[in-house]
Design a protein around this ligand. Structure first.
Ligand code: ARG
Length: 462
């Protein structure tokens, strides 16, 4: 393309090298922003007309032209051109071709520097809401499982070693909380996304009489950015967004790891639906948990995207630098990866089953009520450290004898402390242990029932 037909061609005597056009173009990915770019341009045009910088008639032509372009793009009838670099110039060029001089007025008092920031903010505002509703779906799936399996007991782990018995529903509600924090974080991040950058122009503002508040109202932004230089060089909001997404992805990944373990023969705690597993091309018996594995695996790209964005900003002088064009692919890839992960996880959870008996049987070995025995002694006024040591010795004896704590007779127990009485036996049972943990946030059935009811209320389920 000759520079004559480029929107910035005036200064140039030679055409752009083909290799440069190819190297600098972002249209193959920023075309994703076309709706946001058009919405921003429409609001900008209305403001220009309101301020008398263009006529109402010119404004109407611009709006009609932009609507036409939007339809063409959405119907796949628009030809994106690499030599026009990015979505902003692709749209503007076709607008000028369509409507002539009025179209050539659209870029008045605007730069691609504030325009691209606006587009990304509009895009992220939308995606924040979409991710929030996907998070809610995942939370609902956990609450559904917590309700379905209320009462089921399972081993709780630290260091992946059996630790203390728990209610399965408590475990499900732990994830409910994690994804709840993710929702909060996104909403908090939204506060900084949701600020209008347009009107900062290239970097210094404009001498033309614009009205930024008008554009903010048109596009439903509660505020406008304060400093034009900061605005065009700022991608903090994108980094913050990807950082929120990274935590979501890491939560999905931790869950995935548990699903892989639980569905193994060794644990046998859960069955994933056939329709959510895949087979082996050689081993006929295999049913593999590929979905959680892939989610776990995709964490690398999300973390990588965050690193890419952080590194992008490091060392950039104020204000806009073309480096910033590299912000979009990591952001888009993060949105795609995390939203697909959330959607498939909600489905996977809704289609899995726990093997309640296996879970409960797994609590029968591993001295899981040792802490309960120590707490029992504490209530008999033995200092906790001493109680810990007594129970440690008791467990060592059990290991030697090949017994569980529940197998010991009163005589055997009393060898370790004469304060132990008949009332110890209910304490040593898994059910006794779970029932006793009534501290706020604990796993006892009363607390879990309360937490579940609250979660259901908060999600509007009941
Ligand atoms: N495609 C560019 C980007 O994404 C738009 C802004 C270009 N600005 C400029 N001064 N070349 O960052």
């Amino acid at each position: 393309m000759t520079n004559e037909s480029k929107l910035w061609g005036g200064r140039f005597t030679e055409g752009t090298a083909a290799s440069v056009e190819q190297f600098t173009a972002s249209i193959h990915y920023d075309c994703r922003l076309y709706r946001h770019d058009i919405a921003g341009s429409k609001a900008h045009a209305r403001m220009l007309a309101e301020q008398g910088l263009i006529t109402q008639d010119e404004c109407s032509q611009i709006l009609a032209g932009l609507s036409e372009i939007e339809t063409e793009i959405s119907e796949g009838r628009f030809e994106f051109r690499q030599e026009l670099e990015d979505i902003h110039m692709n749209i503007e060029k076709v607008l000028v071709d369509k409507i002539g001089p009025a179209g050539a007025k659209l870029h008045t008092a605007r730069s691609r520097n504030d325009q691209v920031s606006l587009d990304i903010r509009l895009y992220l505002r939308e995606e924040t809401q979409r991710l929030t509703s996907l998070l809610i779906d995942v939370q609902k799936a956990f609450v559904g499982l917590a309700r379905k399996y209320l009462g089921a007991i399972m081993p709780g782990y630290t260091h992946l070693q059996r630790a203390q018995p728990l209610l399965l529903s408590h475990h499900m509600l732990a994830y409910y909380e994690m994804f709840g924090r993710d929702r909060e974080r996104l909403q908090d991040c939204l506060k900084r996304i949701n600020i209008l950058p347009l009107g900062s122009a290239a970097l210094a503002g404009t001498g033309l009489p614009i009205d930024r508040e008008y554009v903010a109202r048109e596009l439903d932004f509660p505020a406008i950015t304060a400093n034009s230089m900061d605005t065009v060089g700022d991608r903090d909001f994108a980094i913050e967004f990807v950082s929120c997404c990274t935590l979501i992805q890491l939560h999905l990944s931790r869950l995935s790891e548990e699903l892989v373990l639980w569905s193994s023969e060794e644990f046998g705690f859960a069955d994933l639906a056939d329709s959510f597993c895949t087979g082996s091309s050689i081993m006929p018996q295999k049913k593999n948990p590929d979905i959680p594995e892939l989610i776990r695996g995709k964490s690398g790209r999300v973390v990588g995207n965050l690193m890419a964005l952080i590194t992008l900003i490091k060392g950039l002088p104020l204000t806009y630098n073309r480096d910033l064009q590299e912000d979009k692919e990591p952001v888009f890839d993060t949105v795609d990866t995390v939203s697909q992960g959330l959607a498939i996880t909600a489905e996977l959870l809704a289609n899995m089953e726990f093997r309640v008996e296996r879970l409960e049987n797994a609590t029968q070995a591993g001295f899981m009520t040792a802490t309960d025995l120590a707490d029992y002694l504490v209530l008999k006024n033995i200092p906790f450290r001493q109680a810990h040591s007594i129970v440690g010795k008791t467990v060592a004896y059990c290991v030697e004898q090949g017994k569980e704590l529940t197998d010991l007779s009163l005589d055997e127990l009393q060898k370790f402390s004469d304060l132990i009485g008949e009332d110890v036996f209910p304490v040593l049972t898994v059910k006794g242990s779970v029932d006793s943990r009534q501290s706020a946030g604990g796993t006892s059935p009363v607390r879990v029932a309360e937490a579940l009811a609250k979660a259901e209320r908060d999600l509007g389920i009941v």
